[in-house]
Write a protein that binds this ligand. Structure first.
Ligand SMILES: *Cc1c(COP(=O)(O)O)cnc(C)c1O
Length: 419
């Protein structure tokens, strides 16, 4: 079962200081996750996690991750600016963007970030933009087709569609790109691929690693390029459903090590550093959306109206994503009531849960919506004039700290032209 990282008593104290709704993050959980990840890859001396900023673009979260040895993975101008302002140095920033505007390449190059090119045409676009090709450069690969793992009677453990994804270069383009980059002065080469999202399987990274390691050996033989890093990107998932087993990052790290020993080491490429760009795995379980019940409405269904809405957490409305809900203080009561849990947007998809079995809910109850630490606040918007909520950090000593204030009507009005 899913257990919140706070108790009802703690939340009653916290909500006296910070009105609901707000996102709450667990500093200890974030640090523990980062440490387990680094331990799993400690066999690779150059290993680094570049946290995918888009998952949780909060400077205080980034600073915690920086203390744990992480860099950042950026895909936009403002993410680059935020990384710079948080004190990440050039080699601690990965720039994995697509459809990239010139000014973003220019800033990435100025900061000394490692640029990961999404397309072969971006080589000359980059050179024309900044006037040179950086000595260290990476290319994103897309094998096309479908990517599947672990077929069983219930279907595939992992299934995704790289052939329908807009990202990355084809296999022949990878060879051409490396040759062209080498001609233009690149000296250290990297390879990146992101083949499946939110995978719940200890096999995803090892399978991806084997594909990339094999290609690295081929590219080295074909082009003579010195491949110094391989980027496994994101995609290691988290169990949103209460009965799903979590990934075991130690097993994943060991699986990648075996592929490394089998493929890279015999090819004389035992000096390759690995990188990851995890977002969801690092943060999702370490965040809760805290919301209070405002209304109960009984018509054709039984609705629980809360003070958060899809503007605070878009995933259920956008993808029908499941987020577990704990009714605080009622953890031991039977889930014998069926509810739709809704926000206030004038959009019928503004529901955190549909036909969810929960304990009997009363007005004023506090709800924890689980696994909102990644792509939660980050995907917030202001539709219907609903404003983005605060973000609060539950620190390792049990105290709390406001790490982003809630938006105010003045923020909402600030970009309007009034006369
Ligand atoms: C979104 C993204 C990630 C992070 O993905 P998760 O599923 O959160 O791990 C990493 N790299 C790139 C390029 C991305 O776009």
């Amino acid at each position: 079962m899913k257990k919140p990282f706070v108790t009802l008593e703690q939340l009653q104290t916290i909500t006296q200081q910070y009105p609901t709704p707000f996102h709450l993050y667990d500093e200890k959980g974030i640090r523990d996750t980062a440490r387990a990840l680094y331990k799993a890859f400690s066999w690779n001396p150059g290993y680094r996690e570049f946290f995918a900023v888009k998952a949780t673009p909060n400077p205080q979260i980034l600073k915690i991750l920086k203390e744990e040895g992480c860099g950042t993975d950026c895909s936009s101008l403002t993410e680059l600016m935020m990384s710079d302002r948080c004190g990440f140095a050039g080699d601690e920033i990965m720039f994995s963007s697509n459809d990239t505007p010139a000014e973003e390449f220019a800033l990435a190059a100025k900061l000394g970030a490692t640029i990961n090119l999404d397309d072969i045409s971006h080589i000359d676009f980059l050179k024309d933009t900044i006037g040179y090709i950086p000595k260290k450069i990476s290319c994103r690969y897309n094998p096309g087709g479908t990517f599947t793992l672990g077929e069983s009677e219930e279907g595939f453990q992992v299934m995704d569609n790289p052939g329908q994804a807009k990202y990355g270069m084809t296999r022949p383009q990878m060879t051409q790109a490396f040759r062209r980059l080498k001609e233009l002065g690149a000296e250290e080469f990297g390879i990146h691929a992101f083949l499946a999202s939110n995978t719940l399987s200890n096999e995803y990274y090892p399978a991806l690693a084997a594909i990339l390691f094999q290609m690295a050996v081929e590219l080295k033989n074909e082009t003579g390029c010195h491949i110094t890093f391989i980027n496994l990107s994101g995609g290691v998932g988290v169990p949103y459903l209460p009965d799903q087993p979590a990934n075991d990052i130690a097993v994943i790290g060991e699986g990648v090590r075996r592929a490394y020993e089998d493929i890279l080491v015999p090819a004389g490429m035992g000096d390759v550093s690995l990188c990851t760009e995890l977002g969801r795995f690092m943060l999702a379980p370490n965040g809760h959306l805290i919301t209070r019940v405002l209304h109960e409405k009984q018509t054709y269904k039984d609705y629980i109206g809360v003070d958060a809405c899809a503007a605070n957490l878009m995933r259920p409305a956008m993808y029908g994503a499941y987020h577990h809900i704990t009714v605080m203080g009622k953890e031991d009561q039977p889930c014998d009531h069926q509810y739709d849990v809704t926000g206030a947007l004038c959009e019928n998809n503004d529901k955190f849960a549909v036909d969810r079995m929960l304990p009997k809910i009363h007005i004023g109850d506090l709800l924890v919506i689980h696994d909102t630490g990644a792509h939660g606040h980050a995907m917030g918007y202001q539709y219907n004039g609903r404003l983005r909520s605060a973000e609060v950090l539950l620190q390792t000593d049990g105290s709390t700290r406001l790490i982003r204030r809630a938006e105010t009507p003045e923020d909402y009005f600030a970009t309007a032209i009034w006369d």
